[in-house]
Structure formats: C-alpha cells, structure tokens
Design a protein. Structure first.
Ligand SMILES: [Zn+2]
Ligand SMILES: [Zn+2]
Length: 373
C-alpha cells in the first residue's frame, strides 16, 4: 500500500533544491533589463507576467525564493518591460526564434508512450491519432510523453533548420543559441542586431522558405529539348537540394525530365529536408519563451542550452537530466511503457532513477507511491 504523492509539494521541494544550488550566471540572458519575464508557481493557476528585473542578481534571487514551476522571458526588447499594457511597453525589437516540437513529427515510439481517449465515444488506444478511428470524432484527449527517441528526432529537425540558417541565410552557427525546451522539442534563438526589427511578414517568409512552402516545379525549371531542367545549376539554396535529390533519384544533378518527374523530386526534397518549425512561434514578435537553464514544470528537466556542435555530439537527455542522484520507489497504476531513457514495462511497483520518477509525477501519471531511496 502507499499514498498518492502530491506533485505540488514534491515538485516544489526538488525545484527549490535546484534553484538554491544553481549558479546565477546560468540564467544570464542578453539585455536582461529590457526583457519581460513571466512565471507560474507551484499550487497556483495561470501565469504572472509583466515582471522585469534590473539585473541578473535580482532574477536569480527571485528564482531562489519564489521557486517557479515554469519560467519565461520575452523574445522582445522593451523600453519598459514591466508595463502592464502591451502598448505602453514600447517595443524595440525581437530575437528571431524557431520552435521545433516532436508533436509535429511522426515517431515510431509514440506507440510506446502516447495515449489517446475519444471524448465522444470513449474509445482509447496507444499512439497518436488525428480523429477517433471508431467514431470519427476530433474531440480527442491526449496524454503525451517523451522518450530519448523523440528527442533525437527533434534534434535532427533542428539540424535541418541550422543548415538553412547557415547555408541559405548566411548566419554563423556561433550566433545561434539552441535550447532543449525541457519537454518535447527545441528552441533556436538568433539575437543578431540585423534580425531584431524584422516584421511579422518577413518572419513568415523565412518560415515558408525553411518549410519549402510554395516550391513549384513549374517555376524552378525551364523548358528545353525533350523536357525540363533546373533554371539554375549553382548548388545553392533549394536549387542545391533539388540537384542533390535529382542525383540520388535519377543519377544526374540536372537531368532533362518531365514536369511531373520534377514535381516528385521537389516533393521528396521537401519531405526530407524542410524543417518542421512552428510558424506561430516565429512570427510572434512578443513571444514569451522558456528561460535557459530553468526547469520545465511538467518534466523536471532543464531547459539546457547547446551550441550547434554540441547538439551534434552530445546526449541531449543526459544534459537535460537534473535529478540524477538516488532512486525512487513508485507504484505506477497505469501509464506509458517508456519515458526518457527508462523502460517502465507494464508498470506496477518500480524502482526508478529520481529524474524519471519525478517526470511521471509532474506530468500526471497515476502514482500511488513515491518514496525517495
Ligand atoms: Zn470516438
Ligand atoms: Zn518517444
């Protein structure tokens, strides 16, 4: 027998230990006094926003004493970031930010950890569905979890985006700040002065480009004897990607093909190379985004920053895990078969690494016991 643990009490205790022992410099963000901050706290509904700090020490003090469950800062810079009214804040510009989330990418492991329940007919199952396979309803309740496989799939999407930012837009990888979101994806931040004043429309065009939206074989190719060829042979941008796929598919970088054959090469190239970014996040010039090195309140994982080189060569999950010491005995009534890098089998009484037990608790698994060993 055991007692159901209280996620608010237990979570706050772990988060308090983390924020009290962290190095304040970990929470450093550029132009900190010009940013808006927002937090939600354990045991409280909603989010408190329009908060500003004079400097890093003030922010670190708030984290140490208020122990937020979630911590965000604005991608925008303001003259008066603490003003309650968005108009009065005085918008000065915003970083260019991309969000990549595994929710938008198919992964085989969803069968192991994601559950859906139809709110109309009560049917349920593992994996991810758009609509109920029994009654067709779109009123689906989802319980989603993340494992190392999903995180690595999301990481590969980030690397596709980095390829566009470096090769097509000419940014250096050293200008990019990549953070694991602490849950199911990544954020890519660009803070260069030349992006700060980009309008929403310009940001949307960048999204369309990296997603390969509107690429049309008719305009990318020109008619020649016997068919169509790419208009440009320079190995740059989407032309370069199409040339590569033409080489793979038909053995030549610029073959003479029918329009429909070019269309299928365009489609293949977009499927394989476009980056699955969330448009809403990039075009929002007043976005709140997770504070680097803060903890995610539904996972207990760290919003860990990575350089592009580290992204390629480091275990994401190892760096995001914070509570790696000790083990916790849990009784899992019903839940996923695998989370993070831990197999849970069919549940029951389990002894888990602390970080995995905390994730189950914070993300709403049915636990009847939580005993730190
Ligand atoms: Zn149904
Ligand atoms: Zn997974």
């Amino acid at each position: 027998m055991g007692q159901a643990p209280d996620p608010v009490k237990v979570g706050r205790k772990y988060f308090e230990w983390y924020y009290r022992s962290a190095d304040p410099r970990d929470f450093s963000v550029t132009s900190l006094p010009s940013r808006e901050f927002a937090f939600s706290y354990f045991g409280e509904e909603g989010m408190r926003r329009h908060i500003s700090f004079g400097g890093l020490e003030e922010l670190a003090e708030h984290l140490r004493t208020a122990i937020p469950r979630h911590a965000f800062y604005s991608t925008a810079y303001y003259r008066d970031p603490g003003a309650k009214d968005m108009e009065e804040k005085g918008w000065l510009g915003a970083d260019l930010v991309f969000d990549i989330d595994v929710d938008h990418v198919e992964t085989p492991c969803k069968e192991l950890h994601d559950k859906w329940i139809c709110k109309s007919c009560g049917a349920s199952g593992w994996g991810s569905v758009e609509r109920c396979p029994r009654c067709g309803s779109e009123a689906i309740e989802r319980h989603t979890w993340v494992c190392e496989t999903c995180i690595n799939v999301a990481r590969d999407e980030v690397l596709k985006l980095v390829d566009f930012l470096e090769m097509d837009f000419g940014f250096s990888r050293h200008e990019l700040l990549v953070t694991f979101s602490g849950h199911r994806g990544f954020h890519v931040h660009l803070e260069s002065p030349e992006v700060r004043e980009l309008s929403q429309d310009s940001r949307r065009e960048i999204v369309d480009y990296v997603k390969g939206l509107g690429l049309d074989a008719r305009f990318l190719t020109a008619k020649t004897r016997g068919g169509y060829k790419l208009r440009y042979e320079a190995p740059l941008g989407w032309y370069g990607r199409l040339a590569r796929w033409a080489l793979i598919k038909v053995g030549s970088e610029n073959p003479v093909l029918s329009l429909s054959e070019w269309r299928s090469i365009v489609e293949e190239s977009v499927t394989r190379e476009a980056a699955a970014v969330d448009e809403k996040v990039t075009i929002d010039t007043k976005r709140l985004i997770r504070l680097p090195n803060s903890l995610h309140g539904k996972t207990g994982l760290k919003v860990a920053p990575f350089s592009v080189d580290e992204l390629e060569n480091t275990s994401i999950i190892d760096r995001a895990k914070v509570f790696t010491e000790g083990e916790v005995a849990v009784r899992l009534e019903e839940g996923p078969k695998r989370v993070l890098d831990v197999d849970l089998g069919s549940g029951g009484v389990l002894t888990l690494p602390t970080y995995a037990a905390l994730y189950l608790l914070l993300n709403g698994a049915k636990l009847l016991k939580f005993e730190q060993r």
